[in-house]
Ligand binder design. Structure first.
Ligand SMILES: [Zn+2]
Length: 253
């Protein structure tokens, strides 16, 4: 390890002091890849120099929903009759044991924040070209309770929001909607009981700057929609607001 550090310093020195052309530096990059390979978070294969987070194969193979171009889609339908949502869509289909689950597990539990930012950017590039999302003003992630955020080090939905905000060239906001209780929704409860459980866990802070805005509410995954419904219901108290929903994955049947 000490040897490698010395070698790395030597390369940095060569690059900085001797102004070695970039194509030569790429040889160093390839050399270092032997020791510190960057891998695809989905399949584990080594990434090429121009790739990040996902390899070209996975980028192509992961099951995209294309819901963002459909007026009526299974994610929109989750919210029908429950809360007034402008449009809703997900980037990928979630399947148990599949690549998307693996990816989301690493984003949520293995500290791989870059997965959220990267997929957010990817999704944002699709969304901003859709008529349903082209006028989005601000991105709001489903908040994590501060205690839980401290424990995990970050909010995975916030990472996703960050990538989306970058693609839209719009801000993301983590101060308007906050989580007041740490309790998670329990999947074994009935839909009504779950709703009872989540409706009191979010609160609205100062929101003058949100009046008449089109908010893109985002989360890592949508299943029953109870959490997103609770967030949207809270946000709908803001005058003139329009809400759309975007999640990294959906587990709809
Ligand atoms: Zn891959």
């Amino acid at each position: 390890m000490k040897f490698l550090t010395k070698l790395l310093n030597l390369f940095i020195f060569l690059y900085n002091k001797l102004k070695i052309p970039l194509d030569k530096v790429s040889y160093f990059y390839d050399f270092f890849s032997l020791f510190f390979p960057r891998i695809c978070y989905s399949c584990g294969n080594t990434l090429f120099r121009h790739e990040e987070v996902l390899c070209g194969y996975c980028l192509h193979q992961l099951p995209k929903t294309n819901f963002w171009g459909e007026e009526d889609n299974p994610v929109c339908r989750i919210f029908w009759g429950r809360v007034n949502i402008n449009h809703a869509s997900s980037l990928y289909y979630f399947a148990k044991g599949g690549k998307v689950q693996h990816l989301m597990h690493q984003l949520k539990y293995k500290g791989k924040k870059e997965i959220g930012v990267y997929t957010g950017k990817l999704f944002g590039d699709y969304l901003k070209k859709s008529v349903f999302y082209s006028d989005v003003d601000v991105i709001i992630p489903v908040p994590l309770h501060p205690k839980r955020k401290r424990k995990r080090g970050y909010n995975q939905s916030e990472m996703f929001a960050r990538g989306l905000a970058e693609a839209f060239a719009k801000p993301y906001d983590i101060h308007t909607l906050v989580r007041t209780y740490a309790s998670e929704t329990q999947t074994k409860k009935s839909r009504f009981r779950r709703w009872e459980n989540v409706k009191e866990i979010f609160a609205l802070k100062d929101h003058q700057h949100m009046i008449n805005k089109h908010i893109l509410l985002v989360d890592d995954v949508v299943t029953t929609g109870a959490t997103l419904e609770a967030c949207a219901t809270m946000l709908l108290q803001i005058p003139g607001i329009k809400i759309s929903v975007a999640t990294l994955a959906c587990a709809t049947h």
